[in-house]
Write a protein that binds this ligand. Structure first.
Ligand code: GDP
Ligand code: MG
Length: 596
């Protein structure tokens, strides 16, 4: 297809505003997927995406569309809407000339609408404002068209109104894409340069690399080169997704398609890298992307120690398709052998642990999420701590923690409650803005460590689900932070150590000591449980000694959920961990960590 007949666009929206549903309708209206083959969220291929109704990996698809007697190739790149995956959004945007800014006509602009819009503007994309779900009785297109027009400029009449569900307005939208979004520009005679915007592992085809051609052409069976490493590969297949993969006789300027080279690891086909030909190679790479950095760390342990090798293998497999996942072996007194894993955010953590249990059948325990602390020691050395057990006890001069700028959109009635919540999480108010008569944007600078600890759940429950949140990293800042240890009969239990603000140390220590008192069975002797900052004890509980007439079966607390897992093991084979002289069933540790 000549570049003049190509349009590359993406759909950006807050989660649940209907991207995937609109994408489905576009596939149908353009005849790309026959009605009988249609299923909801056609492009969301992972089971977990379908079940949770969210898009994790972006996908590209090519659709034919006729306008003014000419046939155009529309390349649509679906993007995820959640904060953790902003990185995936930004690399998809770089492959497009335009973006559909999709807003739910019953909800209006939300936090991620704004975050994604700003990303699109940074990439110089042409924006088409669209209100979705106009079939809903609660839809108020007049009001929100004005809100959108105020935000991006222009008149409310320019805002398209569609329903991804019924298909109303979708044809007009496709026409607008052809009309308004600029055709890609590139030099067809220059050496080939293609930008890798996604790289997916497929168990049948190996790594499938999605590219956007910028200059020149790539031909079938050509020898190609990755410009960052100069690694050469033979092209086994080149083609377009439409949406099923269709081999083609090459890709030219502006086209979006896939490459298969037989490599087995997504790291050999790095997102952001430039692909060129082995012969007549380009000399200058396209501007790439920076690698996403993990922000949240957690220990993942198999509940059954003999699953350790399986866990390693499962992580290796997930890493093939998710270069942002990091892990390294670690051991814990309480939990045995496991891995310290790094994630882009909490949702990323949740998705990985869910995939490990669902796709690999592993029973796992995850330790409390931690952020990256930079600890300056009294000898002037900087220690990076992602696991409280690495904290240089007794040598700490100062500690700094990662900060984020958050934007929270909420109905004005909840402003007081949410400000209280943010202040209790050490937030500093940056600004407050009225978006409309009843919707307000609050901006806070907050420690990331306060957000990873159930902030989102609190925000949702305090606003009946009406608030939305977005955040971006904003450097490190020194804080009055301390490490709290938990000791059983004087012995430290590593998995329970936490780095917290000094004012919250007491609450954390008391909570853990109480939990453990309820969970650990009585022994033949008295067992003190203590929480301490360094040598200073800040909380204490005692498990009284077992009286002779009391049966050993006296677990307190509610561990019924975990008990199911234990039924698999035979009585008598119960795994006990020794902490000093104290015998603790592993499920007590697990229940204490899961906090339920
Ligand atoms: P995404 O998170 O932006 O991909 O949103 P989805 O496409 O998964 O849609 C979120 C929810 O909104 C789903 O329950 C859809 O069925 C529903 N939905 C999407 N588009 C429409 C629409 O045009 N009208 C109505 N009534 N519901 C819609
Ligand atoms: Mg979706």
């Amino acid at each position: 297809t000549p570049a003049t007949q190509i349009r590359n666009f993406c759909i950006i929206a807050h989660i649940d505003h209907g991207k995937s549903t609109l994408a489905d309708r576009m596939l149908q209206v353009t005849g790309s997927v026959a009605d009988r083959d249609m299923r909801a969220q056609y492009l969301d291929r992972m089971d977990i995406e379908r079940e949770r109704g969210i898009t994790i990996k972006s996908q590209a698809v090519r659709m034919p569309w006729s306008a003014d007697g000419e046939t155009f190739a529309l390349n649509m790149i679906d993007t995820p809407g959640h904060v953790d995956f902003t990185y995936e959004v930004s690399r998809s945007l770089a492959a497009c000339e335009g973006a559909i800014l999709l807003v739910d006509a019953a909800q209006g602009i939300e936090a991620q609408t704004l975050a994604n819009l700003y990303l699109a503007l940074e990439n110089d994309l042409h924006i088409i404002p669209v209100l979705n779900k106009i079939d809903l009785p609660a839809a108020d297109p007049e009001k929100f068209a004005k809100e959108l027009a105020d935000l991006i400029g222009g008149s409310p009449d320019d805002v398209l109104r569609v329903s991804g569900k019924t298909g109303v307005g979708v044809e007009e939208l496709l026409d607008r894409i052809v009309q308004d979004i600029p055709a890609p520009v590139g030099d067809p005679d220059a050496p080939a340069r293609a930008m890798i915007f996604d790289s997916v592992y497929d168990s049948y085809r190996g790594v499938v690399t999605y590219v956007r051609m910028v200059d020149g052409k790539l031909n079938p069976r050509e020898r190609i080169q990755m410009m960052s490493t100069r690694a050469m590969h033979d092209l086994l297949e080149i083609g377009v997704s439409s949406p099923e993969p269709i081999p083609s006789n090459g890709l030219g300027v502006g086209e979006v398609g896939y490459l298969i080279t037989g490599v087995k690891d997504v790291r050999q086909s790095k997102v952001g890298d430039t692909v060129t030909t082995a012969r007549g190679a380009a000399t200058e790479a396209l501007a790439g992307y920076t690698d996403p950095k993990p922000m949240v760390f957690s220990g993942i342990y198999p509940i059954d120690g003999s699953d350790y090798a399986d866990l390693r293998e499962a992580l290796d497999k997930l890493k093939l398709s998710d270069a942002s996942l990091q892990y390294e072996p670690e051991t814990s007194v309480a939990l045995g052998f496991g891995f310290r894993c790094g994630f882009l955010g909490l949702l990323h953590l949740e998705i990985i642990t869910e995939r490990l249990s669902r796709e690999f059948g592993l029973d796992l325990i995850t330790t409390a999420p931690s952020v990256i602390y930079e600890v300056l020691t009294d000898t002037g050395e900087t220690v990076i701590v992602t696991n409280p057990s690495e904290y240089p006890d007794g040598r700490v001069a100062s500690v700094s923690e990662p900060m984020v700028k958050t934007a929270i959109l909420l109905p004005k009635d909840y402003v007081g409650t949410v400000m209280e919540l943010c202040q209790s999480r050490r937030g500093a108010l940056l600004g407050m803005e009225y978006f409309s008569e009843e919707r307000v944007e609050l901006r806070y600078r907050m420690p990331l460590g306060e957000i990873v600890f159930d902030f989102f759940d609190q925000l949702k429950s305090k606003t009946q689900g009406y608030a939305s949140l977005d955040y971006e990293p904003d450097g490190q800042q020194e804080g009055d932070l301390v490490k709290v240890d938990v000791l059983l009969q004087g012995d430290k239990v590593d998995a329970f150590s936490a780095i917290v603000h000094r004012e919250k140390a007491y609450a954390y220590g008391t909570m853990m000591a109480e939990r453990l008192r309820k969970l650990i069975p009585r022994q033949n002797f008295e067992v003190p449980i203590q929480a301490a900052i360094g040598a200073r004890i800040i909380a204490r509980e005692t498990i009284r000694a077992l009286r002779k007439d009391v049966l050993a079966k006296c677990y307190g607390g509610d561990i019924s959920r975990k008990r199911k897992l234990l039924e698999k093991q035979k009585e008598g084979k119960k795994r006990m961990k020794m902490v000093g002289r104290v015998e603790v069933p592993q499920e007590a540790f697990i229940a204490a960590l899961s906090g339920d």
